[in-house]
Ligand binder design. Structure first.
Ligand SMILES: [Cu+2]
Length: 478
């Protein structure tokens, strides 16, 4: 703390980690210039709000061109940056959000350094309000173009995956694991997709396609703006809506030793540090379907809330499973019936009840081409891709995002023989079960789960069938 007053902006940004480790609260210190720097921290803006000649867009182009021109021996080299993701990326577990936040944090600093534009803040692609790949990513000779994309400038992302209603539903989740993906013990374990990762995140990767559809996705400049939107939604959930992250020390203390800073030097980031970036290092132009400001307005209190988190658990007091291999085809959805004890769901069905019903669609063989997504219906065996999403039986959707090749997946746990994971996807059934109960169409000792594969958009999909190994519905007590 003693040298806070002499911090330059860069030192300050670099020092977030050290400050945190010392357990200090910046606001309580006497560093007026630090406070000014924090208040004036760069704003990450919606790329749709930037004119084509905006210096942020120009700086992004300059930075990408400069990174592509660096030798492969330099960790800031464009392909080297993408290889960090290929080799060390975190998916389908609770470090998904902090890992990608740190990855973007250092990428943004590299862009600042290499573009020479000191006010550079990475823009985000808000696919909820702008469901097509934005104009700055197109045009021959543009460093932001990636010619491997399968989406065109006219392709429109499916609103059931990225639209306001879906995103609002995800942001309304108060459970950390359902929102942010499931608990794991190793960095690259596929533990289970939460709703933010499994739905809009995965979907956009496959929707853009080409490099974006696999783990070298950061080769497409749109990757960084896509993940920036994910980061912004985490801020919305965590800071604006005031939902705590987990306080599990295994989550908070985990170290990511994967990144390089703007000089190309390796850096190690502790997961808990990343929760402070949005209050110290950058801020966002509002990206959620509802414009909100921080729930805790007092800065000291907000910092405390972020540092401390809260206990989070996704423990099932009752679970019912169907262990049976199901095959869902494009024109032929799969249905499975899970035998349940209706009594166990009583507290889920009470609107003020504390319990939730969570479906795990488990041991799904990720298809080789991830060009379909899956809609989940309850007690509607005749559901199809034409069934309205306003149908009360509709419970949610998930998409796939995976892997380049077997060899690059060696660090990941939970692989199938295909080299792709057998992943699990979490879907909160509570609102659907409550609706069905009110309508009198929930009765008896079973729940029918229907899984409907749907093509990404008008492009004809390669994937014809999906196999699912297990369905489980659990009653979770929060
Ligand atoms: Cu991603």
């Amino acid at each position: 703390m003693e040298d806070l007053n002499s911090f330059s902006r860069r030192d300050f940004l670099r020092g977030v980690g050290a400050l945190s480790a010392a357990g200090l609260t910046l606001w309580a210190g006497g560093c007026e210039s630090c406070k000014r720097q924090i208040q004036q921290r760069p704003t990450r803006r919606n790329i749709a709000n930037l004119p084509a000649n905006d210096p942020v867009i120009q700086a992004y182009k300059d930075a990408v061109a400069a990174m592509k021109a660096l030798p492969a021996s330099d960790g800031r080299n464009w392909t080297k940056q993408a290889e960090i993701h290929q080799n060390k990326c975190v998916h389908s577990n609770w470090w998904f959000l902090p890992w990608h936040r740190a990855y973007l944090f250092y990428f943004e600093r590299i862009c600042r350094q290499l573009s020479g534009y000191n006010d550079f803040a990475l823009p985000y692609w808000n696919w909820t309000s702008s469901p097509s790949i934005p104009a700055p990513f197109w045009g021959a000779g543009n460093p932001l173009l990636n010619t491997t994309r399968t989406a065109t400038q006219a392709s429109v992302a499916n609103s059931s995956m990225v639209g306001s209603a879906t995103i609002t539903n995800i942001l309304n989740q108060t459970n950390f694991f359902l929102f942010a993906s499931d608990q794991a013990t190793t960095q690259q374990e596929f533990a289970g997709y939460g709703m933010l990762e499994g739905t809009p995140h995965n979907y956009i990767h496959g929707f853009v396609g080409g490099d974006m559809g696999a783990f070298m996705s950061p080769l497409d400049p749109v990757f960084w703006c896509h993940h920036n939107m994910i980061d912004c939604l985490w801020v919305d959930w965590n800071i604006n809506r005031g939902n705590p992250n987990t306080n599990d020390p295994n989550w908070a203390n985990f170290q990511f030793a994967d990144f390089v800073d703007e000089t190309g030097a390796p850096v190690t980031v502790q997961a808990i540090i990343t929760v402070l970036y949005p209050i110290f290092s950058y801020q966002f132009e509002a990206c959620g379907p509802t414009t909100l400001t921080a729930k805790i307005s007092d800065r000291v209190q907000l910092e405390k809330f972020l540092r401390e988190g809260a206990p989070a658990k996704l423990e099932f007091v009752k679970r019912f499973e169907l262990r049976q291999s199901l095959t869902a085809e494009l024109q032929k959805p799969a249905s499975g019936s899970i035998k349940i004890e209706p009594e166990a769901f009583r507290s889920v069905l009470e609107s003020a009840g504390k319990d939730k019903a969570v479906l795990t669609v488990d041991e799904v063989d990720v298809p080789e081409k991830q060009d379909v997504f899956v809609r989940v219906f309850i007690n509607k065996p005749d559901a199809s891709s034409q069934t309205s999403l306003d149908d009360p039986h509709y419970a949610g959707s998930f998409a796939f995002f995976c892997c380049p090749s077997e060899s690059s997946m060696k660090g990941h746990e939970g692989m199938a023989a295909t080299g792709r994971p057998k992943a699990g996807y979490l879907v909160d059934l509570t609102p659907t079960l409550q609706k069905l109960n009110q309508g009198g169409s929930l009765s008896g000792g079973q729940l029918d789960v229907t899984l409907v594969p749907v093509p990404f958009d008008e492009r004809p999909p390669t994937t014809q069938r999906l196999t699912i190994g297990r369905l489980e519905v659990g009653v979770a007590r929060f």
